[in-house]
Design a protein around this ligand. Structure first.
Ligand code: SF4
Ligand code: SF4
Length: 365
């Protein structure tokens, strides 16, 4: 705690972080800026009282890590926010009511999107395959329930490319919201439960569709459990490795699309060229957002913001869509795809986002 407090106190109030924060842009209020969030965190860490608005400010952070990149004092602001949320939870001031609803859903239904567990496999284009493998294709809640095309196309692409893998009938949620809202106590228990299941199935390698699941399995679980004995790969890494020596396997589809970099994939994992190469092999003419790759702007869904503050998540997504010239957007995150499409529908914008394996599958047909 002392280390994180010292880091937070190194702020010189230069306000550079404020210039890149999509949550601050969308709200227009200084209280909802990264710099102000640091001040609220310091107050909390030092045992002070915080107001409801200050709590709101901490929970309106997308934990997108964009501010962390620009701070000249090298303050990692987003982890400070996450620690401050954990402190709120310790005091009984967090998570928010809407977050708790999602958490209840995870504990009772095994998913974060209030999906009917009986319908979890509706995306599956064939009978449930009861094969064993040490490689698991883990769909995650968004692809399983809300962006089913991402699940179906990812499954079919791996099959067409001859990958040996299994899926789970009831894979459960990665528990991301437990980490992001500060319920670290529950996050530890949940991670152990998921890891025990992977172990009992002999899983050594996990392929994920969602960068959020990737972040949790690869980093957060390892942190709370002191390490994990499996490796984690995003679909983009897997497809890139399988096709890099033989991209001619893909037939060309004629499309012009803008690639949207998910924060946790591009900024978190440094994966921004692989999905672009894959899409170009598919014949897609790629356009770029004004800010892209590791510096890309968050879609507005992350950090528990979409669960608790849907209007803000929609506004941030609309702001991002307004910077896109093409009608078609392609992403490597089901959550970004979902949030961008919701914002486009709400704002009656002629924009449509697609998960990237849809294009790969089309190219493999
Ligand atoms: S992590 Fe993102 S949303 Fe949160 S303060 Fe930084 S730039 Fe703003
Ligand atoms: S960029 Fe760093 S030093 Fe400048 S206001 Fe933000 S946190 Fe403080």
């Amino acid at each position: 705690m002392k280390q994180i407090l010292d880091q937070a106190k190194a702020c010189t109030e230069c306000e550079l972080c404020n210039e890149v924060c999509p949550s601050y842009w969308a709200t227009g209020e200084v209280l909802f800026s990264p710099m102000q969030r640091l001040k609220t965190a310091i107050k909390l860490f030092e045992g002070g009282e915080v107001s409801d608005r200050e709590i709101e400010s901490l929970y309106k952070c997308l934990t997108c890590m964009r501010c962390d990149q620009v701070c000249p004092e090298e303050i990692k602001i987003s982890p400070v926010v996450t620690k401050a949320r954990a402190e709120l939870c310790k005091r009984g001031l967090g998570p928010l009511v809407r977050h708790n609803k999602v958490i209840e859903g995870i504990l009772s239904k095994g998913n974060a999107v209030n999906g009917d567990p009986q319908k979890r496999l509706e995306w599956l284009p064939e009978e449930f395959p009861r094969n064993e493998s040490d490689t698991l294709l883990y769909m995650g809640c968004l692809a399983s329930y809300l962006v089913k095309d991402a699940a179906t196309s990812s499954y079919q692409v791996l099959k067409k490319l001859g990958v040996d893998f299994m899926i789970m009938e009831d894979e459960g949620c990665c528990g991301s919201i437990l980490f992001t809202t500060g319920r670290i106590d529950l996050a530890g228990e949940w991670s152990q439960k998921i890891v025990d299941r992977f172990k009992s199935l002999g899983i050594r390698r996990i392929i994920v569709t969602c960068p959020v699941c990737q972040e949790r399995f690869k980093h957060s679980y390892a942190e709370v459990l002191g390490g994990v004995d499996f490796s984690v790969y995003h679909m983009a890494e897997v497809i890139y490795d399988l096709l890099k020596d033989n991209p001619d396997l893909l037939t060309k589809v004629q499309r012009t699309m803008t690639y949207q970099d998910p924060c946790l994939l591009a900024r978190g994992e440094g994966i921004s060229e692989e999905p672009r190469r894959i899409l170009q092999w598919c014949g897609v003419e790629l356009k770029e957002m004004p800010v892209n790759r590791a510096e890309a702007t968050c879609c507005g869904a992350g950090g528990g913001v979409r669960s608790a503050y849907r209007d803000l998540a929609t506004k941030i997504a609309s702001n991002l869509l307004n910077t896109v010239e093409t009608e078609s957007i392609v992403s490597a995150c089901p959550f970004c795809t979902f949030n961008l499409n919701h914002a486009a529908e709400e704002g009656r914008m002629m924009k449509r986002s697609t998960y990237f394996t849809h294009i790969v599958l089309e190219s493999l047909m």
